[in-house]
Ligand binder design. Sequence first.
Ligand SMILES: [Zn+2]
Length: 421
Amino acid sequence: MTFIFKYFDIKPYIRKFTRSKFANKVFGFVKANRVLVKISCYALVGLCALIISFVSVGITVGFKVNYSGKVIATVSDASVFDSAKDIAVKNISGTNADKALEKPVFIMTLTVADKLCSADTLADAIIENTNDISQGTALVVNGEIKICTQGEGLSDMLEARLTQYYVDGAENTSSFTDKVELVDGYYLNEDLKNVFDAQTIIDDLDVKTVSTTVTENTVTYSVKKIKTSSYETGYHKIYKEGQNGVTRTTVVSETVNGTQSCENKVSKETISEPSEQVEIIGTAAPKVSATERAEASSEGFIFPLNRGTYQITSYYGDGRNHKGIDLGANTGTAIFAVSDGTVTYAGYDGDYGYNVVVDHGNGIQTRYAHASALCVSKGDKVSQGDMIAAVGNTGWSTGSHLHFEVIVNGVRVNPAPYIGL
Ligand SMILES: [Zn+2]
């Protein structure tokens, strides 16, 4: 400025203005209305101070929004409400959403700029304070709203539908064949239905269920019998015990609404292989010949067990009206037919357990009871000295032994004389 004043002297201009007619009028007015001018000056200064202080603390003019009988926000102008209304309508499901909204009343007010409400916040307040709108859940199938309800019921009903076709004892998974969603949101009260109204819609949804069933099966071991002349006939020993194997079968079935929709997928795997049982069976001729044994008996019967393999534990008629003779021997010891004949019984029979009856003709039969194994079947012809069974402990027996009977014309007689005792 000082630079300018060096070239342009302002003083002549001021002198010219103070001498002008306009200046005379102004000064005249001020002299005539001195008090009024003074008051106006003070008022002007005061107003400026007020505006400066309002601006400095951020006070501004705004509008209270009275909505549904309640002040819900303060906005800078009415257009904020219009924007908020558009947002609210977008967030409400239903075609009549804008009709549900009420008309606001605006009341001018002074407010702090920070307190002015944004359109987004006001939209939430509008939704919260609109009587005809409530929170709810919609069942949406392939993008289309099927029903809107309040409360948690829909999710439980969908879960029940999904598990409806589960197979007991299987591992199950299921899904809807359509895209089914539950969408929480704001809905018009007139669109909200009772949750039970959704049942028929849910029952119509197609459910695909995949069930996997796993079963384990036992594979029985095989028995290998090794016959050897190293041991006498009647020798029978388990050399190696067999172990059953296990297989696992997995069946995957697929159904739609409980009806099979494709062929079952079956897969089998071996968990453990069975291991063979090995048994040793003696084939060597008895040390005492059949002829030798036959010589000892009155009827030409040989003894049913090899000498030295037994001990008499009970005679005929002993205590309990015993109708045979008991010969204690190890399980597996060979039992021989005492004479030629035909097998009339070979099987399991109550107290006798496994037993064989041989008919020798002339009304004479012999019975061999409590056996562990049978070597003959009904109808077989046997010769004297044939192994027909093995000593055991089956039926009413308290220890491994042969119960031997001689039956003459249907009467069980004392067998002792028949076998040389
Ligand atoms: Zn007996």
